[in-house]
Write a protein that binds this ligand. Structure first.
Ligand code: SF4
Length: 366
C-alpha cells in the first residue's frame, strides 16, 4: 500500500461521498447548528454513544439548559440525574466543569480555535475537529472508528489502525481527503456514511455508490478491514450490594473514589476478586462490619446475577436484600439514609437501575 494516495483518488472519494450525503443524510437536530455550545453538548453526548441512544438526551439537556450559563449554574446531582443511563459518567462531570470554566473564567465566550477547544476538559481531537468544523467552518478532519473503517476499506489500507504508523497514516489521509471548502458538511458526511452505509458488520456494499472505486470491495477484503493489532482484555469485577431495609428506609452512598461511576449513588458495596457463593463470604468486609455487626438482621433474598459490560471492564453484581430487625441505621456522612420510595431520585449506574426495575414491587418502591 503506497503511503501517498493519488490526488485523483482522493478527489473521487470526496466527490462520491458528498454526492451520497446529498441524497442519504440523516436529519438530526444538531445538524446545521452553528451555536458552539449546542454543538459541543451534542458531541459530548455522542462520545461512545449511538445516535439513537444520544438523541433523547440531547433534547433533554437542550431543554433543561438552553444556554451554557444555564448548564454552568446547574446543581451537579441534577446534571448526573439527567445523564443517568447514558454511561461514561466522567463525560457529564467534565461537561459540567467545562461549562463553569467557560461561563465564569472566559466570560461566557466559547473558544473558537481548534487548540483552545482541544484544551477543554473532556474534549479530544475528534470532538475538537467536529466543533470547529461545524461551528466555525475550520478545516479540521474528524478521525474516529467510523473514519478509520471507511478510509481503510475505500483505499484498501491494511496497516493496523491502532499502531503508531497506522494512526499517523489515517490522520494524514483524513486531513487530505477533507473538503476544505465545506469541512463541516464533509465531516458530517463521512460520519453518516460510516454509521449507516459502510457499517462495521454487513455494510451495504450492494447499494453503495462508492463501490466501483472501493479497493476492499474489489479485492474482497471488506470483512477484514480495518485491521487492529491489539485485542482488548477486559477486567472482570464482582460487586456485591447490600440492600438494607429498616422499616421503610434504606441506605445509599455516593461513589467518590476515582473509579468508574464517580459521583453516582449505589447501595453499600463489597467488591471481591470472585463472586460470593454464600452470604458468609461477605462477612469480613469493612462495610459489613460497619453496618451489620451490631444488628439483628435477616437475609431476605439474593438477587439473580446482573452483568454490565463497559469498554474496559465487565461488572458482575449480586444484590443481598437484608432486613434490619432492630431499626438502626448509621449516622455517618458517607451514607445517605432515605425512604425506599425516594430511590428513583438518585442517579445510579445502569446495573442498579436494572435491579431496581426487576424488584420495584418487591422492594415497595412504587
Ligand atoms: S463498497 Fe462497501 S466497503 Fe466499500 S465503501 Fe461502500 S459500503 Fe464501504
Amino acid at each position: 500500500m503506497p503511503m501517498q494516495i493519488e490526488a485523483e483518488r482522493l478527489v473521487n472519494f470526496r466527490q462520491q461521498l458528498m454526492e451520497w450525503y446529498e441524497l442519504s443524510h440523516r436529519p438530526l437536530p444538531w445538524k446545521g447548528e452553528k451555536n458552539p455550545y449546542l454543538i459541543w453538548l451534542s458531541e459530548i453526548i455522542l462520545q461512545q454513544t449511538r445516535v439513537e441512544q444520544g438523541l433523547p438526551y440531547f433534547e433533554l439537556f437542550r431543554n433543561a439548559y438552553p444556554t451554557l450559563q444555564d448548564l454552568a449554574a446547574a446543581d451537579e446531582d441534577e446534571v448526573m440525574k439527567l445523564w443517568e443511563g447514558l454511561g461514561y459518567y466522567s463525560r457529564a462531570r467534565n461537561m459540567h466543569s467545562t461549562a463553569k470554566h467557560i461561563a465564569y473564567e472566559r466570560a461566557g465566550q466559547f473558544p473558537n480555535t481548534y487548540e483552545e477547544i482541544l484544551a477543554l476538559k473532556g474534549v479530544g481531537p475528534y470532538t475538537a475537529a467536529a466543533i470547529v468544523s461545524f461551528a466555525y467552518d475550520l478545516p479540521h478532519a474528524v478521525v474516529d472508528g467510523n473514519v478509520y473503517r471507511v478510509l481503510a476499506r475505500f483505499f484498501g489500507i491494511e496497516i493496523p489502525t491502532d499502531s503508531t504508523e497506522g494512526k499517523k497514516l489515517f490522520n494524514d489521509l483524513a486531513q487530505q481527503a477533507l473538503d476544505a471548502t465545506q469541512p463541516g458538511r464533509y465531516n458530517q458526511a463521512i460520519m453518516d456514511f460510516g454509521a449507516t452505509q459502510c457499517t462495521p458488520q454487513n455494510p451495504d456494499c450492494k447499494n453503495c455508490p462508492l463501490q466501483a472505486d472501493c479497493q476492499a470491495f474489489e479485492y474482497n477484503t471488506v470483512e477484514m478491514l480495518p485491521v487492529k493489532s491489539k485485542k482488548l482484555v477486559k477486567r472482570e469485577r464482582y460487586f456485591h450490594y447490600l440492600v438494607i431495609q429498616s422499616a421503610d428506609k434504606t441506605i445509599v452512598r455516593k461513589r467518590i473514589e476515582k473509579d468508574i461511576w464517580q459521583n453516582l449513588y449505589e447501595f453499600p458495596m463489597i467488591e471481591l476478586s470472585e463472586p460470593a457463593t454464600d452470604f458468609g463470604d461477605l462477612k469480613n468486609a469493612e462495610f459489613w462490619n460497619y453496618l451489620l455487626s451490631d444488628c439483628n438482621y435477616k437475609l431476605l433474598h439474593i438477587s439473580r446475577p446482573f452483568k454490565q459490560i463497559l469498554t474496559h471492564q465487565v461488572i458482575h453484581a449480586l444484590f443481598f436484600e437484608i432486613e434490619i430487625l432492630n431499626p438502626h441505621l448509621p449516622e455517618d456522612s458517607q451514607f445517605v439514609v432515605t425512604e425506599r420510595k425516594n430511590l428513583s431520585k438518585f442517579a445510579f449506574p445502569k446495573i442498579i437501575d436494572w435491579y431496581l426495575q426487576d424488584n420495584s414491587l418487591y422492594l415497595n418502591l412504587l
